[in-house]
Design a protein around this ligand. Structure first.
Ligand code: NDP
Ligand code: GDR
Length: 341
């Protein structure tokens, strides 16, 4: 019988790549969707026709229990979150509720539906749980590159909420013997990345300038450094972690770090443009506290899971610029509709 997966955050970037990967592995895939008339649900219906949808919200414990009871999953991937770091300062409490407490509610739904009480559960028919942890937990880093044992010092309400979810996942593994793992994923991008994140903001900006739809692009801190990879590769890593023999946490990244300035240069160059003629530095886009440098050491994932990234930074930037040129040329604009390339 096909394995069944329940994915929260199915309408997001990672949910789409993970669903495609799981379907290609023969899974029956269910996506948790929220809201009365969520416009992003229709693009899931268009792109992921074989995914079945179930209603639920990470803010609503009862809805998660109902979803787990209905789907009876073998695996749960918790990708749902308020994931945009600047928003976590504006709505810190909501971020704590969705990105942090949402993990508790999902774990509790699994525990209750599996009949695990007090002591360790039985390994036989466990629902496996994946938590989308983040390199933002490292925050102000004390060592680089960062490994599974690098201490956390989160620098935003988002990072703090993710750190809570991370430790809670570990705690449910230790308390109840659940197969619960966290992937500490570094930034990963694609043509389906939300337009508010810097890579997509840059590639959309480049495409608009190239097509004569805009003349400038306003950005914040150009000196921050990130380890950027391709989202499709990272979805594969989530599945490898959840199907491994033992439940363990893994760092997933490329092992190379680049500045926002280097990203900008690469994207403008890919379209034959000079970035210095178009980019405007805007102090209002700087964050109250910045994460200056992230760089993964993905050795554990390489040796224990056989995971390797397949798309280089240059290939990723070119892929995103080309996709955005095509998207705009086809008359779509992510500021006005929610089409996925
Ligand atoms: P997106 O922002 O693209 O997607 C977030 C998803 O969360 C959306 O599907 C959204 O659904 C859902 N969501 C928001 N609020 C709720 C809620 N109350 N209940 C249920 N679902 C909700 O994120 P990504 O796909 O980029 O990331 C996936 C996960 O991985 C996130 O948890 C993110 O924090 C984490 N992560 C991402 C990294 C990256 O570089 N992309 C790196 C490390 C971690 P809706 O349509 O209803 O708003
Ligand atoms: P991040 O991603 O905060 O790392 O979180 P984002 O792309 O938003 O920022 C990366 C870096 O770029 C700098 N920056 C700007 N960022 C945005 N969004 N807009 C700008 O105009 C801009 N100018 C400069 C930022 O200051 C920052 O240093 C992402 C999210 O997907 C999280 O959910 C995830 O956990 C982490 O990656 C790993």
């Amino acid at each position: 019988m096909a394995k069944r997966a329940l994915v929260t955050g199915i309408t997001g970037q990672d949910g789409s790549y993970l669903a495609e990967h799981l379907l290609s592995e023969g899974y029956e895939v269910w996506g948790l969707v929220r809201g009365q008339a969520n416009p992003r649900v229709s693009r899931v219906r268009k792109l992921l026709q074989d995914v079945q949808l179930v209603r639920g919200d990470l803010l609503d414990q009862g809805s998660l229990i109902s979803a787990v009871e209905k789907v009876q999953p073998d695996e749960v991937y918790n990708l749902g979150a308020i994931s945009f770091v600047p928003m976590s300062w504006e709505q810190a409490e909501l971020t704590a509720e969705v990105t942090g407490m949402g993990v508790l509610r999902m774990l509790e739904a699994i525990r209750v539906c599996s009949g695990i009480t007090g002591s360790r559960g039985s390994a036989a028919d466990q629902i496996r749980f994946y938590q989308a942890s983040s390199s933002e937990m490292f925050g102000q880093v004390r060592e680089t590159p960062q490994t599974e044992s690098t201490p956390f010092h989160p620098r935003s309400p988002y990072g703090v909420a993710k750190t809570y979810g991370h430790f809670l996942t570990q705690n449910y593994r230790e308390s109840y013997g659940m197969f619960a793992v966290s992937g500490i994923l570094f930034n990963h991008e694609s043509p389906r990345r939300g337009a508010e994140f810097v890579t997509r903001k840059v590639t959309l900006g480049v495409a608009r300038i190239k097509l004569g739809l805009a003349t400038e692009l306003r950005l914040g801190n150009l000196e921050a450094r990130r380890d950027w990879g391709y989202a499709g590769d990272y979805a594969r890593a989530m599945h490898l972690m959840l199907t491994a023999a033992e439940p363990e946490d893994y760092v997933i990244g490329t092992g190379r770090t680049r500045s926002v300035r280097e990203l900008v240069e690469a994207a403008f160059t890919a379209a034959g443009l000079d970035w210095e003629q178009h980019v405007v530095c805007d102090q209002t886009l700087h964050r109250p506290a910045e994460v200056d440098l992230l760089c993964a050491d993905p050795k554990k994932a390489r040796t224990q899971l056989g995971w390797e990234p397949t798309v280089s930074f240059e290939e990723l930037v070119t892929m995103m610029v080309e996709a955005d040129l095509q998207l705009l040329a086809d008359g779509h604009d992510p500021d006005h509709d929610s089409s996925w390339p």
